[in-house]
Design a protein around this ligand. Structure first.
Ligand code: XIL
Length: 299
């Protein structure tokens, strides 16, 4: 096929992108979006600060606009994200203990209920592990409510939207030998053993080029898949967008049957949160880059 989405679909996968609601009025942007992609992740619009700016006052306008665009164009939606230490509204940053735990669970329940039936995968919990050599949880206000906060979030999400696939999502979990990767692996293994409802693991894959795209990435994906979860490449971007690295990531996903798809974190370099690094598949004029051709050829 001649587009990323259609080619991925022939392999039983999706090819998606992060979308910003405030760009949906840009026809150059939406024409690439609608032509090339069959999956959308809202870049910021489903985060806690966007959806619950004041406690118990929910705000879904921008998220609903993205979901409507996806549905009108036959694209699947990844919900991002229900529980995260970052991009919390001020009121949540100021809570702790039981009040914070209950507020987090209420948020998970309310948001997952609002979108029930429209979300293929939820990033229920984002970035809960620490960088470095500890393999431990990240210190955060959510973690300080008790180590069981992650499983509590997953159970609340399952109850609210039983048909959504529930994912744990993180970065720097790509190198199989890293302590952070192993820490997440042990949590997923424990959840599967104890029946905590988890269906998938997302690998953000914000790479800085050859240096942190690890040669054992495929081993990481297949090792998690062997635990009985699907794996997703959820936020791919690579500094300077080397065609080789994009090709390798694509081949690694295709080599792992439970790797369900790839989402790039934006369409054009000018749309990227790392725009200074030109890390995406289309340049600022919307033209295909060499990395685009490499990905399409690999699919
Ligand atoms: C980023 C967005 O792209 C930016 O627009 C925003 O200012 C900060 O967040 N990991 C994640 C994403 O899970 O939500 C982040 O998105 C990038 C890192």
């Amino acid at each position: 096929a001649t587009t990323l989405g259609a080619s991925a679909a022939e392999k039983g996968r999706y090819f998606g992108t992060a979308v910003a609601a405030n760009r949906l009025g840009d026809s150059a942007y939406t024409s690439i979006l609608n032509r090339e992609f069959n999956q959308i992740t809202p870049e910021n619009e489903m985060k806690t600060d966007a959806t619950e700016p004041n406690q118990n006052q929910f705000s879904y306008g921008n998220a609903d606009r993205i979901v409507a665009h996806a549905r009108a164009n036959g694209m699947q939606v990844r919900g991002h994200t229900l529980a995260w230490h970052a991009q919390q509204p001020g009121w949540m940053q100021n809570l702790s203990g039981t009040a914070l735990r209950n507020a987090m669970l209420n948020h998970v329940t309310q948001v997952a209920t609002h979108f029930r039936g429209q979300i293929a995968w939820w990033d229920v919990v984002n970035e809960a592990f620490a960088d470095g050599s500890s393999g431990a949880r990240r210190d955060s206000n959510l973690q300080r409510t008790g180590n069981d906060w992650i499983e509590a979030a997953f159970r609340a999400a399952r109850a609210a939207d039983p048909n959504a696939q529930l994912c744990y999502n993180d970065y720097n979990t790509d190198n199989w030998t890293d302590a952070k990767t192993q820490g997440v692996y042990r949590m997923v293994q424990d959840f599967k053993q104890r029946g905590v409802p988890i269906d998938c693991v997302g690998f953000q894959s914000h790479f800085t080029g050859g240096s942190n795209y690890p040669s054992n990435y495929r081993t990481t994906l297949s090792s998690f898949a062997a635990l009985g979860v699907d794996v997703h490449i959820t936020e791919l971007d690579i500094r300077n967008a080397p065609a080789d690295a994009y090709r390798n990531v694509t081949n690694d996903c295709l080599a792992v049957p439970r790797c369900k798809g790839i989402t790039v974190w934006g369409i054009r370099d000018s749309d990227s949160w790392r725009s200074g690094e030109s890390p995406l598949l289309f340049n600022g004029s919307g033209q295909k880059k060499a990395a685009y051709d490499a990905v399409l050829a690999a699919l």
